[in-house]
Design a protein. Structure first.
Length: 134
């Protein structure tokens, strides 16, 4: 996509993925706050733009770090993990939206994004700086 190619020239893979993560958080909160036509438009266009900007960058990051002999396996595993995470998350968000309203489901996704990004940052820092749990 045009956005992804522009980002490729100006932003590293890690920063582009972090930016997409932040944009997803902003879209969820924005749609929850402005529920209605504006929220639906934000979800539709925001979600499409985020996916088109982030997905090629995730693949580029994997291609950069994984040898060609294992690349197909890693890409398949990444796809499977996306689905494995999405299934229980969608059940939880669906229950929240049915029980408490669509806004609570959107705020639930935003909370999941915050928790997920926090855990990811902790994991990256531990790997980068060799920090132990003790």
């Amino acid at each position: 996509s045009h956005i992804s190619h522009w980002m490729e020239r100006h932003i590293s893979n890690a920063r582009a993925i972090a930016l997409a993560w932040g944009m997803a958080l902003a879209v969820c909160v924005g749609a929850a706050v402005h529920l209605g036509v504006h929220g639906i438009i934000l979800l539709m266009f925001g979600g499409s733009c985020i996916f088109k900007a982030a997905f090629p960058r995730v693949n580029a990051a994997i291609n950069k770090r994984v040898g060609s002999e294992r690349r197909a396996t890693v890409l398949s595993t990444a796809s499977l993990l996306r689905e494995v995470v999405f299934i229980p998350l969608s059940l939880l968000v669906g229950w929240m939206a049915t029980s408490f309203g669509v806004q609570s489901g959107l705020f639930g996704i935003a909370a999941w994004l915050i928790c997920g990004s926090t855990l990811l940052v902790i994991w990256v820092l531990r790997r980068r700086y060799g920090l132990n749990a003790s």
